[in-house]
Design a protein around this ligand. Structure first.
Ligand code: C2E
Ligand code: MG
Ligand code: MG
Ligand code: MG
Length: 276
């Protein structure tokens, strides 16, 4: 019933989002308070090697827990945070928390796990972002080679030259950059020229239509092949069925993520399930 309560609250907030500016301001104030009080959380979703099923890492996903159980979805609160400076505090907190968590898991013997963290375009464009990431790695002791920053194509819209330079600077440090939700935007292909990226994440809208039509299948296969030919690691997102997983395996997609493999869970549950 905690889940039901969470869902009810989620719907409540979904409605308030479309109500008044006052309600929105209230919600934003509550988010600021939650961030300030350290009441946010990070859940982790496993990423596996497609051919072996072995867990190779995880994606960190922000959660806003609510009193009485459940949480508000990041699809609601990330846009709210992005409308203000809150995204900087929240983004830095998620990155630091996840890096600390991975270092803890490394100490427990999982030194080869990789950590992917989502980065909002506003964070990416902040003048201190590179220094912030460097500082968090230095503070936590996480080797840069373990970190993947997930961005969307919007990071190149305002300042493509700077975006390229920043991605190159991360690569020089050993930090990888992944293009998230690949294939959904307007300029995903040109992004692959403009940015120094090491990974693409095939958007789940492609994965989930695998098997529907020959066209859907050809699209997904083409995206995987293209990523492979460019020497990138290709991650299939949103795998929910064994058939979808099998298709991606046929295409030689490197990594996979989705409810079939594992839902995002709290850190304790993650170690319990995948720490073997
Ligand atoms: P994303 O980065 O594309 O993350 C994947 C989303 O798909 C997650 O939703 C995950 O729970 C969900 N998902 C994973 N497997 C499946 C599946 O098999 N089926 C379906 N239907 N969904 C699946 P979540 O956690 O609600 O996050 C939504 C989005 O919010 C993320 O999409 C990301 O864009 C954003 N987000 C989450 N955490 C952060 C964060 O710390 N910072 C920033 N800037 N954005 C975040
Ligand atoms: Mg992501
Ligand atoms: Mg994604
Ligand atoms: Mg997304």
């Amino acid at each position: 019933e905690a889940k039901a309560a969470g869902k009810a609250q989620y719907q409540f907030y979904s409605q308030t989002m479309t109500l008044t500016a006052q309600r929105k301001a209230d919600l934003r104030a509550r988010l600021a308070q939650a961030i300030h009080d350290g009441r946010m959380a990070v859940h982790y979703q496993p990423q596996v090697e497609m051919h072996s099923g072995r867990v190779v890492g995880m994606e960190a996903l922000a959660r806003w827990p609510q009193a009485g159980g459940g949480w508000i979805s990041p699809l609601e609160f990330i846009p709210l945070a992005e409308e203000s400076h809150l995204i900087h505090d929240l983004g830095a907190w998620v990155l630091r928390t996840a890096c600390q968590q991975l270092v803890e898991w490394q100490r427990q013997g999982f030194a080869a796990w990789d950590l992917s963290v989502n980065v909002s375009v506003k964070q990416w464009e902040a003048p201190n972002f590179f220094a912030l990431v460097q500082g968090i790695l230095a503070d936590t002791g996480l080797p840069p080679e373990r970190l993947v920053l997930e961005v969307t194509e919007s990071v190149t819209f305002t300042a493509p030259q700077e975006a390229r330079r920043l991605s190159e600077a991360f690569a020089a440090l050993g930090i990888r950059v992944a293009l998230d939700d690949f294939g959904t935007g307007f300029s995903s292909l040109s992004q692959m020229q403009d940015l120094c990226i090491q990974q693409i994440k095939v958007d789940r809208s492609f994965v989930q239509r695998l098997g529907d039509t020959p066209k859907a299948q050809a699209l997904a296969e083409t995206i995987v092949m293209m990523g492979r030919q460019l020497g990138m690691t290709v991650v299939g997102e949103g795998i929910e069925t064994a058939a979808q997983r099998a298709r991606l395996q046929d295409f030689a997609c490197h990594l996979g993520q989705g409810y079939l493999i594992g839902r995002p869970v709290a850190p304790g549950a993650f170690l319990e399930r995948y720490g073997k």
